[in-house]
Every structure is written in structure tokens, then in C-alpha cells.
Ligand binder design. Sequence first.
Ligand SMILES: *Cc1c(COP(=O)(O)O)cnc(C)c1O
Length: 361
Amino acid sequence: MGRVYNFSAGPAVLPEEVLKEAADEMLDYRGTGMSVMEMSHRSKAFETIIQEAESDLRELMNIPDNYKVLFLQGGASLQFSMIPQNLMKNGVADYIITGQWAKKAFKEAQKYGKAVAVASSEDKTFSYIPDCSDLPIDDDADYVYICENNTIYGTKFKTLPDTKGKTLVADVSSCFLSEPVDVTRYGVIYGGVQKNIGPAGVVIVIIREDLITEDVLPGTPTMCQYKIHADAGSLYNTPPAYGIYICGKVFKWLKKQGGLDAMKERNEKKAKILYDFLDQSSLFHGTVAKEDRSLMNVPFVTGNADLDAEFVKEAKAAGLENLKGHRSVGGMRASIYNAMPMEGVEKLVEFMKKFEEEHQA
Ligand SMILES: *Cc1c(COP(=O)(O)O)cnc(C)c1O
């Protein structure tokens, strides 16, 4: 049995060390005589797991004390509703539309109040990040919303928008822990963990305390109130316990790798191998503006849909899996998250070179 290089956008590759450790602890978690899957979320053992996960994450991201860390469920998609339900005190919010996830969040917010699209890159199939240095931010806006890394299109905000003093809310699902961030610049940072951290089923929300209030929109379900979860330390109801346990292991793995500075360095190196090849290739080319390129998701095409399909098929046979692009973009996409080893990207580029030689006109 062999592991493949898995370029899936999510759920995605996890560090092998973490999987092995979890396997070792599967039947008997550290002398408890049971798996983490089988234990009470109120047990001493699980209390330690969730507390260590939080403190390791705080250390990795340098999260200030006036921010809460919540481990929730419902996917990143439920945050599309929870954010307006909890934050739209004036009933107004500004959205920057850089792809399908931002657009979905925007559409959802329109159910709750006046959501305004203050910038968009839809005119060019979301292949760039719009200039956000002087946006028409609404005076009454409760927050400005971005999707910081656009998983489907492969773009990333390299500078955060000027929100003109308004609270910044960011979906970081696909760039979570890929590089250091200044948490103080955000009101809310959130993401589904199945892209760059752990297994599907956990959403991490990092939220400034003053944004956590009882003053939510009428009818907001209890389970959708940040305050309920914050007051209960993410244990209001049964949390996604096993997922949190794996996330905790990934945090420890990241610390061992040298933290987020080291991850950034490694991710830049990894992405450069692929982008450098794309920039000189006569067959393959990248699809987004160079200055906005993501370190995590790299879409590329040959310009010929049949050849793209052939590439994906042959790559799979060579142990390079899940390279098919998102159905809305076509072509290919290599997601090269934290846990993708350097060799995976080197193998991919080697394979692309060979494919190029064999399919040259
Ligand atoms: C995958 C993804 C989502 C949706 O996540 P779910 O957990 O499936 O709801 C939202 N935003 C971004 C940026 C994503 O990559």
C-alpha cells in the first residue's frame, strides 16, 4: 500500500506524522482505554485536548487575549449566516467579491440586511484581486468582508483592504496557518479546517471580544450565537471532538516545523517551483494575475480541454491525485497546502515536463 501525492483542494492532505500518531492512539488514547472518538467531551482527557489545541493555536498565530477562539461546526458556509446574524447591528455590511465563496457569503448576508458589493473581480472570472485601497465603504457598515484566499481561482489578498476603520471579517479557510498574520487587523478570522488544518467538521472562529454580544438579529438560533459558544468554551453542546483532536496534533506539528514563519518560507519555496515552471512552459500556463497568486491553490490550463483531461488522467496513474480544476474553472488545480511535501511539488513539475515533451505540437 502506498500513499499518493494528494493535491485536493479540500478535504486535503494531512501530515503523515499526525495520521500515524492518531493511528497509534486509536484504540487506547494515552491509557484511557478508549479512542478519543468514544470519550465524553466533558472528560478530563478531552478537556486537556481542547485546551492544548487552543493554547497552541494562540501561540502559533500570536492571538491577543482580547480575542476568543471558538471550535464550531456547520462548515465555513454556516459562518456566511452567523456573521451577519451576530454582527449586523446597523443592518449594513460591505462585501468584496473575489470568487464564489465570497459571493455565497454576500448572497447569504443579503437575507439579513443591506449587503453591498463594494468591489468585485467577476468581470475577469475572478482572476485578480481588485484594488481595495479606496473603497466606497458605507458609513454605517458593521463590517467589511473578504475571502482572503480564493480556493477555486487561486488568488490571495497580498495587502488587506483599507476598511476605513470598519471591522474586517475574513474567511481564511484555504490559507489558515500558511503564513504569519497580524490578528489585530481583523475583527473576525474564520475558516473550515478541512483545507489546511484538519479533517472536515470543524470551523475555527477567532473573534474580538467586543464583537461577541447578546445583541444579535431577532430569530438567530441559539447554536448560531457566538456568545453561547464563547461563554461555554466551545462546549455548549457536543463539539466535533475527534476533529479538534486532529487539529491539535497539526498545531503541534506546525510548532515543530518552526511555526508560521517557517511555514511561510517553505510554502513560498514550494509554490515558486510550480509557478516558475508555469511561467516558462510552452504547454501549461497559470490563470491568474501574477501579483495576486495564491501560495496554496495553483490553477493552470493547457488551453485544450481534452489535453487537460488527459493530463489529469495520466497524473493520477503516476500517483499525483486530485489535480482536476474546480468544475466552474476547468483545467487543473494543484492545492499545495502546509502538509504537501516539497517532493510532491517536485514530482508534479517533473511529470508536467514529461507530459509537455510528449504532447508538444
Ligand atoms: C471550502 C471553502 C468554503 C466552504 O467550506 P465548507 O466547510 O464546505 O462550508 C468557504 N470558503 C472557502 C474560502 C473555502 O475554501
